[in-house]
Write a protein that binds this ligand. Sequence first.
Ligand code: AOF
Ligand code: ZN
Length: 367
Amino acid sequence: MNRSDAVDGPASYAVAPEATVSDATVSDATGTDLLRLRRAIDLALRSPLPDPNPRVGAVLVAPDGTVVGEGWHHGAGTPHAEIEALRAAGPAAHGATAYVSLEPCNHTGRTGPCAVALAEAGVARVVFAQPDPNPTAAGGGDTLRAAGIAVSGGLLATEAEAVNRVWTRAVRLGRPYVTWKVAATLDGRTAAADATSQWITSPAARADVHRLRATCDAILVGTGTALADDPRLTVRDAEGRPTGRQPLRVVLGDRPLPETARLRSPEAETLFVPDHQPGRALAQLHRAGIRHAWLEGGATLAAAFLRDRLVDEVVVYLAPTLLGAGRPMVGDLGIGTLADAVHLDLVDVTRVGPDLRLTLAPAGREE
Ligand code: AOF
Ligand code: ZN
């Protein structure tokens, strides 16, 4: 597996697992278990992104070591990875060991509980990686144990969690993971004094933005920026044509947009959220299945999210240019003295054409 593909966003770090697993369960595992589980994690990478549901893979192995079934989740509303693998295995699932990248679910949601399906298929043992952080679905490991099935949980949990870095944090917080993206000059300007703002960064940096936008469920913009810049906020190719599935465009604020606004174009869906309170707006988006929100503008909206500690990641494209005057990168944060500065940890620095892409995370953030 290409490690850089393992994470579901630009950052190359993994979030530490919250649930701890006793040494007893992990020490039951063998080297073969690790190989099989790695295969399940590789299969999880085939699951679609973005999606309201996690990316999950499963492998069923007969007692003689033959792989009898594999599966991965194809997106919200479709069968879970375990069910895909059970269907592929048929009767051969009896007596097999199931390797799953996420703890089998315990609930009836869009589909039935996988823990019960595995037990009914006669699986002898279950090895899973990441414990399920979703309170509604967790507890599958205990259900399987109660059914007399041997269970090992938590192996390769950090690796499995990296595949669902954004989903995991969103589920724990009950709100979308927020990436604030900004493109600025070296002196932190996003527009010149006359308000011209196209194009501060290079075509290479803009292509990179479109690649990352495509991994998000929604793109957020304030009405101020929507009125000033008339953005399209779509995912486009180098020729400017919209490509494939488009993230939901979310316009936050109560200033009306003209009928001719590009955000009203049919090339992508747009949701208007007049609520001024970012926390409530995010809760509404979470209920709508949005797990990754990409915050694009502008300075006032970004400041509101930062003040409310609702930014999980910052992606800054820095152009090697100076303006000396013009629109600032971020609005008033209510900070009067250096001691109150917002600190960010630098997670990644990548050169993109003539520009730099910095990926940062709020310092000292609790997971
Ligand atoms: C998945 N795919 O392969 C597994 C999941 O909305 P539902 O009913 O499909 O349930 C989603 C929850 O089920 C999800 O949040 C996670 O906790 C659990 N396991 N989900 O979408 C899978 N194994
Ligand atoms: Zn399930």
